[in-house]
Design a protein around this ligand. Sequence first.
Ligand SMILES: NC(=O)c1ccc[n+]([C@@H]2O[C@H](COP(=O)([O-])OP(=O)(O)OC[C@H]3O[C@@H](n4cnc5c(N)ncnc54)[C@H](O)[C@@H]3O)[C@@H](O)[C@H]2O)c1
Length: 278
Amino acid sequence: MTDISSPIRVGIVGYGHLGQFLVDRIQKKGLAAGLSLAFVWNRNADKLIESVPKDLILTNLSEFTQIKADLIVEVCHPQIVKDFGVRFLSHANFLVGSPSALSDSQLDKELRLTAKKHGKTLYVPSGALWGGQDIQRLNDSGSLKALSIRMSKHPSCFRLAGGTFSDWAGEEGRCVLFHGSVAELCPIAPNNVNTMAAAAIAASTLGFHGVTGEIVSDTALADYHLVEVEVTGPDGFSVKTVRRNPAKLGAVTGSATYNSFWSSLLVCKGHGGRVYLC
Ligand SMILES: NC(=O)c1ccc[n+]([C@@H]2O[C@H](COP(=O)([O-])OP(=O)(O)OC[C@H]3O[C@@H](n4cnc5c(N)ncnc54)[C@H](O)[C@@H]3O)[C@@H](O)[C@H]2O)c1
C-alpha cells in the first residue's frame, strides 16, 4: 500500500478527451482526493503548453523513470500499452485505459507476470461495464459459464480499423456489424471495445476468445450508447443488464464514462501484484 499521508503521484499518458479531463480534475480536485500530477505526456507536446505547467510536461516517454510516479494512467492508444505497458508496470501501478490491448495473449501474460514480479497492480477500469466485479466473483468461484456483451451506438460513434465494414457507413436503421469473440473484435474496433475488454479480463476463465461481443450500428441512437450484458452461470442462473450511456453524436466515449473513469482512478492506491478491476 502507498503511504496515505502523501498524495499519490500520477503520470498521465495521452492528452485527448480522457487525458484532458483527468489532468483538469487532478489539478482542481486532486489534493482533496489524495492525488497529485507527476507528469503529463502527449505525442504532440504542443497541445500541453497552454494548460499544463512546464515542469510537469514529459517530452520523451522513454524517460518516464526519471520522474517518480506511483501510478501511471494510459489514456491514449493500445499501441502505447504494447510498447510501454510492461515498463510502466515495472516501476509503478498502472491503470490501463485501453484494455483492448490485452487481447494480445502474449502481452496479457507479460503484464500479469510483471505485476506479480514487481508487486505492482495492473488496474483495469470498468468503464461502461455494469457489474464487472460480480462477473469477476462468479469467474473466481469457477461458476461463470458464458458472457456476452452487445454495444449499440450511432454509426458516427464507431472508429473501425482500416475502413472495416465501410459499406454500412451510410446505412439508416439498425445493422449488426460484428458478432463473435471479443478477441477477434478488439483489433477491428480497438477504441470501441474497452468495456468488452474489461469484461473479458474479469472473466479470465473464458478469456477474450470465450467472451462473445457484438457491435451494432443504430441511427436511432443519437443521444446515448447502449451496453447490454448477459451473464450465464450454473443451473439456469442468468443476469441481463441494459445500460444507457448518454453520449453526443460522434462521441466514442459516453459522458458517464468520464466520471466512471475518475472513480476508477480513486481506487488505484496499490493492491499488490495482480490485476484489479476498478
Ligand atoms: N476503459 C474505458 O472505459 C475507456 C473509455 C474511453 C476511452 N478509452 C480509451 O482510452 C484511450 C483514450 O480515449 P480518448 O477518448 O481520450 O481518445 P482521444 O482520441 O480523445 O485521445 C487519444 C490521444 O492519444 C493520442 N494517440 C492516439 N494514437 C496514438 C498512438 N498510436 N501513439 C501515441 N499517442 C496516440 C492522440 O493524439 C490523443 O491525444 C483510447 O484508447 C480509448 O479507446 C477507454
